[in-house]
Design a protein around this ligand. Structure first.
Ligand SMILES: [Zn+2]
Ligand SMILES: [Zn+2]
Length: 291
């Protein structure tokens, strides 16, 4: 059986459990590889302090700790050093130069924030009332808010500098009861079509992310089935990630991710096997090997 996740958060950012706790849990669960992807520090670039990004002053310690784990587990578990970098339109993103100098194995590019026309950035990943408050920055225009999210994902993808497209349709997180948008609306379908085509051209891998399920926030993985089908049409390789914030969630809801991939028509998923000359390397594995 193949098990791997390169999207994890330890107590360095907003997860619980140390790097070593995650390595041990991954080993016990039979993982072939494990990647660490702390939320990249954002305070300096954004002027905002949050409870979930890696504090600036902890960055070096994080990098050193994961590198030490790589050495300690060599031969038993492949450990990779990464970051999940926010794309915040006009403010920060994975294409910023500083990440190139950190010697990372990979970067997950993720949009959590959207920037309203005349208000401060806010996150679509928080509680529903935060999204409602953010809606005011769009004058109550729900479609405008959703478009701003997809604009950001497209901008990030065009600018590049990352290896994995993180939780591609995170905007659905607070959409229970279609309170923000209808996934069948023509404008929304067009956004899915566009991002899938763009991702296909970019040569990126995208993740199927069970983090929303692990935290009881969504009934299915990111991305939803229609986007998965479009990714397949555009030959976007998919990698399975748990976005675990606790060691016990490292393989949480993987059968659901495999089922979703099968339903979309995928027969394989890709597993990260390191980077060569700054380019992520992937191994194709038949989906049957994940169950
Ligand atoms: Zn994220
Ligand atoms: Zn994450």
């Amino acid at each position: 059986m193949v098990r791997s996740s390169i999207h994890t958060h330890t107590s360095f950012c907003d997860g619980s459990g140390s790097v070593e706790d995650f390595c041990r849990a991954a080993f016990e669960k039979g993982f072939v590889s494990l990647g660490f992807s702390a939320h990249a520090p954002a305070a300096k670039k954004t002027g905002m302090t949050t409870g979930w990004h890696l504090p600036e002053e902890k960055l070096e310690e994080y990098l050193d700790t994961v590198r030490a784990a790589k050495r300690r587990w060599a031969g038993t578990l492949d450990v990779y050093l990464g970051l999940e970098v926010d794309y915040i339109s006009g403010i920060m993103g994975p294409a910023d130069k500083d990440y190139r100098e950190m010697g990372l194995d990979y970067i997950i590019g993720s949009v959590h924030y959207i920037v309203p026309p005349k208000a401060l950035p806010f996150t679509v990943d928080g509680p529903p009332d935060e999204l409602e408050a953010g809606l005011k920055g769009f004058g109550g225009d729900r479609e405008g808010l959703v478009n701003a999210y997809w604009d950001a994902v497209e901008e990030m993808t065009r600018l590049g500098g990352f290896d994995v497209l993180g939780h591609p349709d995170l905007i659905k997180k607070n959409n229970a009861g279609e309170r923000i948008f209808s996934p069948s609306a023509a404008f929304y379908q067009k956004r899915l079509w566009d991002i899938a085509a763009l991702a296909g051209h970019s040569g990126l891998a995208a993740e199927i992310n069970t983090g929303g399920m692990n935290r009881q926030k969504t009934p299915d993985p990111y991305p939803s089935l229609p986007l998965l089908r479009l990714f397949l049409e555009n030959n976007v390789p998919m990698t399975i990630n748990s976005d675990a914030h606790r060691p016990e969630d490292l393989d949480g809801h993987y059968p659901d991710a495999v089922r979703a991939l099968v339903n979309a028509g995928y027969t394989e998923a890709v597993v990260f096997v390191g980077s060569k000359n700054g380019k992520a390397q992937w191994k194709n594995e038949p989906l049957a090997r994940f169950s």
